[in-house]
Design a binder for this molecule. Structure first.
Ligand code: RB5
Length: 148
């Protein structure tokens, strides 16, 4: 799977661990930065990853900041992106199965690296269930079309 990843300075270390983990699992990783711990602005990296996913260049995206929250807010401004902040494996699986989330956002200051890698694995392994959930995704798209 081609996976786009990105972080700000608050998520840099965890992003590096996720990149190594995904590569070790055989995924092709597009690293959209940041590339060191210098203070930077999370919306820049959220937009890069979101654009990669929205354009089809990557199938899924992973974003990391201090909390995951700012990244999700920014990524969800890109048409077609359904970004979810997740801190547990159940939610990671559910947001793929029910919400067809295509970007997962993690908080380095919230979630330890061991759990974060399990969360990413659960997210990647789950599949969208469609059916009644597609109706609701279509409703989200309608909101997007009326407001963006
Ligand atoms: C950076 O200090 C921090 O605000 C950022 O990483 C993120 O947590 C924002 O949501």
């Amino acid at each position: 799977m081609i996976i786009a990843i990105g972080a700000d300075h608050g998520g840099f270390k965890l992003k590096e661990q996720i990149r190594e983990h995904l590569a070790a699992c055989g995924h092709e990783v597009t690293d959209c930065g940041t590339y060191d711990e210098t203070s930077c602005h999370y919306p820049m990296y959220a937009e890069k990853v979101a654009a990669a996913v929205a354009s089809g260049g990557a199938e899924l995206g992973v974003l990391v900041c201090g909390t995951g929250i700012g990244m999700s807010m920014a990524a969800n401004k890109v048409r077609g992106i359904r970004a979810a902040v997740v801190g547990d494996c159940f939610s990671a699986e559910a947001t793929r199965r029910h919400n067809n989330a295509n970007v997962i956002c993690l908080g380095e200051r919230v979630t330890g690296a061991g759990l974060a890698l399990k969360i990413v694995d659960a997210f990647l392994a789950a599949e969208f269930e469609g059916a009644r959930h597609q109706t609701r995704i279509d409703m989200i798209s309608d909101i997007e079309n009326r407001n963006l």
